[in-house]
Design a protein around this ligand. Structure first.
Ligand SMILES: CC(C)(COP(=O)(O)OP(=O)(O)OC[C@H]1O[C@@H](n2cnc3c(N)ncnc32)[C@H](O)[C@@H]1OP(=O)(O)O)[C@@H](O)C(=O)NCCC(=O)NCCSC(=O)CC(=O)O
Length: 437
């Protein structure tokens, strides 16, 4: 056994070991350590013997080992925002059935039925149907070229809620905004360049040297991908402070009902999607920063043979989404295996975590609850976001996590999983340890 005691660190919640090689593979009992090579690859190990000021590792000890005390990256601040208009879903069908919107006869009855089945009571939109019709009638004329109009609306309306949720997240964090090092903005409903990331640097008075980019068109799991990306950036350097923003204005991409009444998908997407934005600040907490979630493990997968289940095309008449009817079945049948692989290594089971699942739709949440045998309270935050805001695509997960935070410890659980579903079908998960203040 070789001693690393000359490279002593205190072990609090765990110690991360940075070294030039991935040789430390000992798995005997003791604290968990993370081994990072200078090339950025990492592996996990467990120290064979530890006390508060000594770590000994059995087996191959790599040369030039450097121990770095690190706390896991944490969510240090969070903010959400919705645009001002609210639609009550029991009135939504009547609004869409107005003659000027050119819906086919019978549309009102069908839309009403979908609204009732959706589990959504209200949702927010950046613009009302009347405003859109007055300024951009092509959007409501089925199949007419309108992509440019939609992107213009996105440009006009997207900044407000992006600024609002970011300001809330920065205030919630309480740090000096000049410390923000990275900014990544996600949106699946609008594109522009210079994009929201560039514009936010000025609007939020961030450093012009912030490393920034915009990721478009990823889908509803974009928020969880944002968390995973922020976690990876934060792990690389304790000084990194990452601002992630997800902005979705599904209302500007709404496709009207076709006169032949064959595109039922349009009705489904028109109904279930709402507008919203969410932001988080992520970093390894300093002594003065208190996270409310520690980010412990990230995981991604795809469900084989589902490339047609959730797909979106950019067309001249806007974003054209296809949701197959088998989405709830496909998501629920794969979620259990995915979650098990995320939880097993920490000795956790389905009952011991809160599920911050993407509120993609009522049948998806129902199917997950049934197939995974969850208690009703485990998905209640996802259900309440769906009920009050609809499916806000990538931004949704921040609203759900905010509910977890507001309600505090649920049924004594110390863990939450942020769980996203997106096109193909892709699944993303981040295991979070709840820190209650
Ligand atoms: C549309 C619903 C509200 C309907 O609710 P129910 O299924 O309980 O009601 P129901 O069975 O009576 O169905 C009502 C009618 O809708 C039709 N219907 C249901 N799902 C449909 C779909 N995907 N496309 C077209 N039609 C559909 C049914 O055939 C039926 O019509 P008929 O009786 O005439 O046959 C719900 O199924 C729903 O929320 N589906 C969407 C779930 C989903 O895929 N979410 C993922 C979003 S994408 C996402 O979140 C990720 C991402 O975008 O990246």
């Amino acid at each position: 056994m070789k001693s690393l005691s000359d490279l002593v660190v205190q072990n609090g919640n765990g110690v991360h070991v940075r070294c030039r090689d991935d040789g430390l593979k000992d798995t005997k009992a003791g604290i968990e350590i993370k081994i990072m090579s200078d090339l950025g690859t990492e592996s996990n190990g467990v120290a064979a013997h530890t006390n508060t000021n000594d770590i000994r590792c059995e087996g191959y000890v790599p040369y030039a080992v450097k121990l770095v005390e690190q706390r896991p990256p944490g969510i240090l601040g969070m903010g959400t925002a919705n645009p001002p208009h609210t639609y009550k879903m029991d009135e939504f069908a009547k609004i869409l059935a107005k003659p000027e919107f050119n819906g086919p006869p019978g549309a009102e009855v069908f839309v009403d039925r979908i609204c009732k089945a959706s589990g959504i009571k209200k949702k927010h939109t950046a613009v009302t149907a009347d405003e859109v019709y007055a300024g951009y009638p092509n959007i409501y004329n089925f199949g007419e070229p309108s992509l440019d109009d939609r992107f213009k609306l996105f440009e006009k309306q997207g900044m407000n809620i992006s600024i609002e949720c970011s300001e809330r997240a920065l205030k919630d964090w309480g740090g000096d905004r000049s410390a923000i090092t990275h900014l990544i903005v996600f949106s699946s409903t609008g594109m522009l360049t210079p994009a929201i990331d560039y514009r936010l640097l000025e609007a939020l008075n961030l450093s012009p040297n912030v490393k920034h980019y915009f990721v478009s068109f990823l889908g509803c799991h974009g928020g969880v991908i944002g968390l995973r990306t922020a976690c990876e950036i934060a792990e690389a350097d304790p000084k990194h402070r990452v601002l992630i923003v997800c902005t979705e204005l599904s209302s500007v991409q709404a496709q009207n009902i076709d006169p032949a009444f064959t595109r039922l998908n349009n009705i489904v997407t028109l109904t279930i999607f709402g507008d919203g934005a969410g932001a988080v600040v992520v970093g390894q907490p300093s002594k003065t920063e208190v996270p409310f979630f520690e980010m412990i493990r990230c995981k991604s997968t795809i469900i084989p043979n589902t490339s047609k289940s959730i797909s979106v095309m950019i067309t001249q008449h806007g974003l054209d989404a296809n949701l197959e009817k088998d989405v709830p079945k496909n998501v629920s049948s794969s979620t259990g295996v995915f979650m098990k692989s995320l939880l097993d290594e920490f000795g956790l089971d389905f009952a011991s975590v809160g599920w911050a699942a993407h509120p993609g739709g009522k049948p998806i949440l129902d199917a997950i609850e049934k197939v995974c045998g969850l208690l009703p309270d485990q998905l209640e935050n996802s259900r309440s976001v769906l009920e009050n805001k609809g499916n806000m695509s990538s931004a949704s997960v921040f609203f759900v996590l905010d509910e977890f935070r507001k309600k505090g410890r649920v049924a004594g659980r110390d863990w939450t999983v942020a769980l996203g579903f997106g096109p193909g079908i892709s699944i993303e998960g981040v295991l979070l340890r709840n820190i209650y203040h």
